[in-house]
Design a protein around this ligand. Structure first.
Ligand SMILES: Cc1cc2nc3c(=O)[nH]c(=O)nc-3n(C[C@H](O)[C@H](O)[C@H](O)COP(=O)(O)O)c2cc1C
Length: 283
């Protein structure tokens, strides 16, 4: 299945069949995460299988999921990462690759971040590595609703569920707008990837097109501390890069340089997390 089709048919799964997943398949999914491409190679990140999903969900109750409500799944996967510049984006970028593999194997997943209950969650799940933070989890198993139904639903929901791309697009600098121009290479990429998942479907990303270069900004969080939106940023970075490749082009993400926020006139409640330059013309 092509990536744009995956994006249109995937959705977060919150209802799971009790049926266990074959251990060899679970191993394959974990391997897909462990071998996933990194945004930043120097950041250690691992995916751990929690075989007893019911027990994990019970322990996490009150700490993980919207309003502390966990999702029952036959198994869970936990992501643990070193804390280093760019680690939240790197987590989003890599864990989404694991989730795409799970989807391709007919399995459901649902992002659950535990940024604000990190040490509690780690202790409850007996993850002892002192150098790594437990920041995200996902249940994993067979969806209770058939994939076919999901596909239909996602197509029906498609328009209302995601914001209009042009609301998130800026040309050259922040708030510089222009009319719809689907001939632009970046527009055709972004039209597809805007279906990426995000926390509470907030779609906290904004895009600035500066010639061949795309600049990605995400909303800052009101509270001080970790910006959860950076995980969403990493997720869409993965899809953007994959979509660029699907369209026969190349390029790579680079982290923000000093002073870029000023250059692009980014408002204070947003921050730039990366830029991507195309180095191949569209065919
Ligand atoms: C970082 C992150 C954290 C999320 N946390 C939760 C969560 O705690 N509980 C939940 O039910 N869904 C969670 N979600 C799933 C989003 O609600 C979902 O991706 C969004 O509503 C879009 O729906 P879709 O994934 O079905 O396309 C999370 C998604 C992301 C990316």
């Amino acid at each position: 299945m092509e990536l744009d089709q995956i994006l249109r048919s995937r959705s977060s799964v919150r209802n799971y069949d009790k049926k266990k997943v074959d251990p060899s398949l679970l191993k394959k999914i974990i391997a897909a995460g462990e071998n996933s491409k990194a945004l930043y190679e120097d950041i250690t990140l691992h995916f751990l299988l929690l075989e007893d999903g019911q027990e994990a969900a019970r322990k996490m109750s009150g700490y993980a999921g919207y309003f502390g409500k966990t999702i029952e799944g036959p198994h869970y996967v936990a992501a643990v990462t070193a804390s280093k510049k760019g680690y939240l984006e790197n987590l989003g970028y890599r864990m989404e690759q694991l989730m795409v593999t799970a989807f391709q194997e007919g399995l459901g997943t649902c992002w659950i971040e535990v940024l604000h209950h990190e040490s509690k969650a780690k202790a409850l799940l007996h993850i002892d590595d002192p150098d790594l933070l437990l920041l995200a989890l996902t249940p994993i198993g067979y969806p209770k609703v058939g994939i076919g139904e999901k596909l239909v639903k996602s197509i029906i929901d498609e328009k209302s569920a995601r914001e209009n791309l042009y609301e998130m697009l800026h040309w050259g600098t922040w708030n510089s707008k222009k009319g719809e121009s689907d001939q632009e290479p970046w527009v055709s990429v972004l039209e597809k990837v805007r279906f990426a998942p995000s926390w509470a479907n907030q779609q906290p990303w904004q895009f600035i097109i500066d010639g061949d270069t795309l600049i990605l900004a995400v909303m800052r969080e009101k509270k001080d501390g970790l910006n959860r939106n950076r995980i969403d940023g990493g997720i869409i970075m993965f899809y953007i890069e994959a979509m660029v490749r699907q369209k026969g082009m190349n390029g790579k993400w680079v982290g923000p340089k000093e002073g870029v926020e000023k250059k692009y006139k980014i408002p204070e409640n947003y921050e730039i997390i990366g830029s991507f330059s195309l180095n191949n013309a569209f065919e």
